[in-house]
Design a protein around this ligand. Structure first.
Ligand SMILES: Nc1nc2c(ncn2[C@@H]2O[C@H](COP(=O)(O)OP(=O)(O)OP(=O)(O)O)[C@@H](O)[C@H]2O)c(=O)[nH]1
Ligand SMILES: [Mg+2]
Ligand SMILES: [Zn+2]
Length: 292
């Protein structure tokens, strides 16, 4: 977990990579994380808690994160979420605007300074007074793939994972259900990368909670009936590394849309969300919070 301190000088350590930056900077020179995160964090006495949403490009990270934050800020299930800094609202604003126009948001740009970072203060009205200062960046899947293949190309990803209190790993359930091995291999690579980043004593399993979320469940309803069984059958490599190396993991299924329409943009088939029907969005997040 990160602790932001301000020693009164004109530099501040980045919340993510700890590089010292000019206090009035906008982005960290080293990793590109917004300095506004640090400015928010120094005014608080709690350590921010980083929960990272991981997954391949096109798996549904942006849509999931935007919907999750929107549900939290609309007090779903008695949660309360207050954005810290207007920039935090961008993920949710972007996703909800596109969905209400019956479109999916565009893919996240690979450049770190184009990512949206969400910093929310989250609490649950029924479950006591625990308050979490959550930092959840919306990373580009291509950047994650590049970093996993060539570590140190996107240092921010490594720094983020080192500091993460928990992770939500999205895996394309619809693609896995068609028999494609791609989601399983990508998830296996990511988990093995995570295994290398998070330091544990020899022989011990990794304690960082990882919620494995099968996305696009509207295409494969069997994901919802038994996410564990689905993963064991269709994502067996992932299932095995979880069991062998991770102490806290759980499988979930999710979907954001209820009905899809299809059209073309001239060359490609494009999907349009005709009906937004979020399902299984809060559960993985609740589980991660419950393990912290
Ligand atoms: N059927 C279905 N499709 C979905 C759902 N969520 C997302 N999609 C599809 O997945 C595509 C990618 O979603 P994004 O959230 O942009 O994916 P991403 O993981 O952020 O991708 P990158 O930004 O490239 O890393 C969307 O354009 C939709 O076509 C869902 O709940 N159901
Ligand atoms: Mg995205
Ligand atoms: Zn940094």
């Amino acid at each position: 977990m990160a602790t932001a301190t301000y020693d009164g000088s004109s530099t501040m350590p980045c919340l993510i990579c700890e590089t010292k930056n000019p206090a009035d900077g906008i982005l960290c020179d080293e990793c590109g994380a917004p300095m506004a995160l640090i400015q928010e964090a120094v005014t608080r006495d709690r350590d921010p808690c980083i929960v990272t949403v991981l997954g391949e490009s096109n798996v549904g990270k942006t849509v999931y994160l935007g919907m999750l934050l929107d549900m939290l800020s609309k007090r779903a299930e008695d949660y309360e979420a207050i954005p810290k800094g207007a920039y935090s609202v961008n993920v949710q604003h972007n996703v909800i605007s596109y969905l209400s126009g019956r479109q999916f948001p565009p893919k996240t740009a690979v450049e770190v300074d184009d990512w949206h970072w969400a910093y929310y203060q989250v609490m649950h009205k029924r479950h006591g007074s625990n308050i979490y200062d959550l930092v959840m960046p919306d990373m580009a899947g291509e950047a994650i793939a590049t970093e996993v293949a060539n570590p140190q190309t996107f240092r921010v990803i490594r720094s983020l994972l080192e500091k993460s209190a928990g992770a939500i790993l999205l895996v394309d359930g619809a693609l896995a259900a068609t028999g494609s091995p791609q989601p399983d291999f990508f998830a296996l690579k990511l988990m093995s990368y995570l295994d290398g980043v998070v330091s544990v004593k020899k022989g011990e399993k990794i304690k960082t909670p990882v919620a494995v979320v099968l996305s696009k469940g509207d295409h494969c309803p069997e994901c919802f009936d038994d996410p564990h069984g689905f993963a064991r059958t269709n994502l067996n490599r992932l299932w095995n590394i979880c069991e062998a190396r991770f102490e806290n993991y759980e499988f979930f299924a999710t979907s954001v849309v209820g009905a899809l329409g299809f059209g073309t943009d001239g060359e490609n088939v494009v999907q349009y969300p005709l009906h937004v029907a979020p399902r299984g969005i809060l559960e993985p997040f609740e589980w991660v919070l419950s393990t912290l």
